[in-house]
Design a protein around this ligand. Structure first.
Ligand SMILES: NC(=O)c1ccc[n+]([C@@H]2O[C@H](COP(=O)([O-])OP(=O)(O)OC[C@H]3O[C@@H](n4cnc5c(N)ncnc54)[C@H](OP(=O)(O)O)[C@@H]3O)[C@@H](O)[C@H]2O)c1
Length: 171
């Protein structure tokens, strides 16, 4: 059972602008969907709001401090430890991965618990006000690339170059 943060990040660390993603990269959305389908996704309340609904074909969990907040299509937890306490046995018994899907606040909270970080690293700087938290301070090391070793991607819609990178917790 692994806990993996998955994010797309600009060269300057930007992951969001307001409640939106600063880019449109269909191939990365497909990678995200394919990676998380059938698994457990854990997110902050603002990311849930920006999605507008739970992601289909996944168990969705949301973290909020607001004890009266609820939605019909996701489990709600008031802190990360209680979310992990509930979700880890499910992941273990069902052979699933817990994917932490953002945003910045929840990536930060989850850093001590992560086994891996999967980053789509985009070779462009973006304007934005939400940044990926520091993860390269000795806690994680580069461990290659997801997607069968594909290192560089671009697609017909977006002008960006990007790589699907894996970082593992250092021993
Ligand atoms: N590039 C990517 O891969 C990616 C992925 C996901 C999101 N994003 C972007 O990230 C941005 C949203 O990120 P964000 O950091 O602003 O918000 P967020 O992490 O999605 O959610 C923050 C919310 O989580 C709850 N929360 C935070 N700490 C908590 C704690 N210790 N205990 C309980 N609840 C806690 C609070 O909800 P309440 O206020 O309800 O208490 C808080 O407002 C958007 O721009 C989105 O587009 C980018």
């Amino acid at each position: 059972m692994k806990i993996i943060a998955i994010a797309a990040v600009g060269r300057n660390g930007v992951i969001g602008r307001g409640s939106e993603l600063p880019w449109d990269i269909p191939e990365d959305m497909k990678f995200f969907r394919d990676s998380t389908r059938g698994q457990i996704v854990l997110m902050g309340r603002k990311t849930y709001d920006s999605l507008g609904k739970a992601l289909p074909a996944r168990r969705n969990a949301v973290i909020t401090r607001n004890t009266s907040w609820s939605v019909p299509d996701a489990e709600v937890y008031s802190d990360l430890p209680s979310a992990l306490k509930a979700l880890k046995p499910v992941a273990l018994s069902e052979g699933k991965t817990i994917f932490v899907i953002g945003g910045a606040e929840i990536y930060s909270l989850s850093l001590p618990f992560l086994d891996e970080v999967w980053l789509t690293e985009i070779d462009s700087d973006f304007e934005g006000d939400v940044f990926f938290p520091l993860y390269r301070e000795g806690r994680f090391e580069a461990a290659g690339f997801v997607k069968g070793g594909v290192r560089e991607q671009s697609d017909s819609v977006s002008p960006f170059h990007y790589r699907f990178c894996v970082y593992q917790r250092s021993a």
